[in-house]
Write a protein that binds this ligand. Structure first.
Ligand SMILES: [Zn+2]
Length: 99
């Protein structure tokens, strides 16, 4: 079985995985690793953004939904959906504090 390494590297985080090439079969993405830099003193929200960003890369690779470019349509749609959910959660938390 042939293997090749893939990664989507950002300044703060990286999603690594291996592509397994089996004769006569569709390649399979496996052995995922996420790595984050500790070289930056980030605020909590910046860490959240970074972790979510790399988790989207992980999700798209795991479910074989990678775009042709690392931040293509699928990536952008998922980021938009997650950001909308985060906004909903923030609003909920703010209103629930008032109770
Ligand atoms: Zn990225």
């Amino acid at each position: 079985m042939e293997k090749s390494q893939k990664e989507s590297r950002g300044r703060l985080g990286t999603c690594f995985y291996t592509v397994l090439h089996r004769p006569g079969q569709k390649p399979v993405n496996a052995s995922f690793h996420l790595r984050f830099s500790s070289a930056f003193d980030l605020q909590e929200e910046e860490w959240e953004d970074t972790i979510i960003h790399e988790l989207i890369h992980y999700y798209l690779a795991f479910f074989d939904m990678n775009d042709k470019t690392s931040h293509g349509e699928n990536f952008k749609r998922m980021m938009k959906d997650i950001n909308a959910l985060r906004k909903t959660c923030e609003n909920f938390l703010q209103t629930s504090k008032e109770w």
